[in-house]
Design a binder for this molecule. Structure first.
Ligand code: ADP
Ligand code: MG
Length: 245
C-alpha cells in the first residue's frame, strides 16, 4: 500500500453535539496522520474540549463518526468504550495520582510483565530527564516536572492517538516555550496522531503541522500554520491571530 492510500490514523466526520438545543460542536471533520500534530485552535467556549471528549469517548456525539486507522470506532449506534480506544490523554491540570509515585503514575495504564513495565517506565523517565525522580511523589515535583510525568504517563502504553487539552496553560511563562519544544520532540518520536487543543495562536504556530481554526462550534479554516496565519479567512481570524508575537 502506498503512503497516500493508508487511511489516516484519526478521522472524524461531521461530528455534532447539541446542548440545550444549541449545537456547540457543529459538523466538525478532521483527519490526522500518525506522527502529525493538528492544533484545534479557537477562543474559549467554541467547542474544542467537547470535540476532544467525544474522540476520547467520554462524551457521546449526537451525530457523526470517528474512525481510527480506517476502522469505525464510534457512531450513534456503535461505540468502542474509552478504555479500548488506545488514546493517550493530557489535560491542563496534569491529573497525576497523588498517592502513586512517579513510577506508579507512568506504569498505571501499562500491561505486560513487571520487567516490561519497569523497562518502559525507565525509558520514558530517562527521555523526559526525570530518572532521578522515579520514586518521588507528585507533590514533591515542580509544575514543569509534573507536566513531564503526565506526558510520560500518557505515552507509556504507546497510544495511537494523543489528545491534549491546553496542556501548557498551567505552566510558568518562562518555562513554556522550552517545554513545548521538548514535548513536540517526544510526540514525534512516539509517532501518535496528536490533536492539541489550545486558545493560544502562538502555541499553535509553534507546534502544529496543521491548524484547524474553530469558532462557534465550526472549523472556519484549516491548513498549514503559515498559510492560516498569512491568509486569514476573515476579519475575525485576523483579530484572533493578532495575539501572536
Ligand atoms: P472550549 O473547550 O472551546 O472552551 P467547550 O467545548 O468546553 O469549549 O464548551 C463549548 C460550549 O458548550 C460552551 O458554551 C459550554 O458552556 C457548553 N458546554 C460544554 N459542556 C456542556 C454540558 N455538559 N452541558 C451544557 N453545556 C455545555
Ligand atoms: Mg476547553
Amino acid at each position: 500500500m502506498t503512503a497516500g492510500r493508508t487511511p489516516p490514523r484519526l478521522e472524524i466526520r461531521n461530528l455534532v453535539r447539541v446542548f440545550d438545543g444549541q449545537p456547540v460542536v457543529d459538523d466538525v471533520s478532521l483527519s490526522i496522520r500518525a506522527g502529525q500534530v493538528t492544533c484545534l485552535l479557537g477562543p474559549s467556549g467554541c467547542g474544542k474540549s467537547t470535540t476532544l471528549r467525544m474522540i476520547a469517548g467520554v462524551e457521546m456525539q449526537d451525530s457523526g463518526e470517528i474512525h481510527v486507522d480506517g476502522k469505525l470506532i464510534c457512531d450513534t449506534v456503535f461505540r468502542v468504550p474509552p478504555e479500548r480506544r488506545e488514546i493517550g490523554l493530557m489535560f491542563q491540570d496534569f491529573a497525576l495520582f497523588p498517592h502513586l509515585s512517579v513510577a506508579g503514575n507512568v506504569a498505571f495504564g501499562l500491561k505486560g510483565s513487571r520487567e516490561e513495565k519497569r523497562a518502559r517506565v525507565e525509558e520514558l523517565l530517562a527521555r523526559v530527564s526525570l530518572s532521578r525522580h522515579i520514586d518521588s511523589y507528585p507533590h514533591q515535583l515542580s509544575g514543569g516536572e509534573q507536566q513531564r510525568v503526565a506526558l510520560a504517563r500518557a505515552l507509556a502504553p504507546r497510544p495511537r492517538i494523543m489528545l491534549m487539552d491546553e496542556p501548557f496553560s498551567g505552566l510558568d511563562n518562562r518555562l513554556r516555550d522550552g517545554i513545548r519544544d521538548d514535548t513536540l520532540a517526544l510526540l514525534k518520536e512516539e509517532d501518535a496522531a496528536v490533536l492539541l487543543v489550545t486558545h493560544e495562536p502562538e502555541e499553535a504556530m509553534r507546534m502544529a503541522d496543521e491548524i484547524a481554526l474553530m469558532r462557534d462550534g465550526r472549523i472556519v479554516q484549516q491548513g498549514a500554520p503559515y498559510n492560516v496565519y498569512t491568509r486569514p479567512v476573515d476579519k475575525a481570524a485576523v483579530a484572533f491571530f493578532s495575539d501572536v508575537n
